[in-house]
Write a protein that binds this ligand. Sequence first.
Ligand SMILES: N[C@@H](CCC(=O)N[C@@H](CS)C(=O)NCC(=O)O)C(=O)O
Length: 219
Amino acid sequence: MIELYTAATPNGWKISIALEEMGIPYTLRSLSLSKLEQKEEWFLKINPNGRIPAIIDRDNGDFAVFESGAILIYLAEKSGKLLPTEPKARSRVLQWLFFQHGGVGPMMGQANVFFRYAPEKIPYAIERYQREVRRLLEVMERQLASSEYIAGPDYSIADIALWSWIAGYGWSGVSVDGLPQLKRWMDLVGARPAAQKGRNIPPPADPDKVAESGRSILA
Ligand SMILES: N[C@@H](CCC(=O)N[C@@H](CS)C(=O)NCC(=O)O)C(=O)O
């Protein structure tokens, strides 16, 4: 059994979607980010970085894993799903997974913060991060023109990592106009029952609470 420590945010949804897709049984421990539960001593023993998500694998000596990318790889290897073993196909999935972790996640997170939550509107910061997000989406558009899913013909953990962020593109104020392949892919992934279910685990906080704690949640 996996224990999932999470909250209703893009990095958290990656793991609930993956667990649902892989059919791995899990128990849910929803943390309140606005109450800073993720900074409490007990949780720092699970994730020294003090952020969600994290898991504990009770069937593997209570092994704890933090960083959503590392968790996705761990679960894919545990289940034998969504990460090919053939070296080139595996590398392609990892390339797009790292593209999400080094690019889309941090840039969209900053675009969300400066566009939506910063007490002071700083046009330079808003434009900088929105422009970079749009550039990354255009990179995906080109890839998806010749590829059903982001890393090839098969659905993978890279699609889960990217979709969890990009499905909420509206929060960053970035347009997806003129990106038909990206929209095709968003609909394709969004139609999967596991994506729909996982994105509602834990159930979304009410909008006021999200706004209140938004800077910390989306950082
Ligand atoms: N690189 C980390 C990022 C995790 C992260 O930023 N989590 C956010 C929620 S999406 C969080 O816990 N924020 C609360 C905080 O920073 O205290 C990962 O991919 O797991």
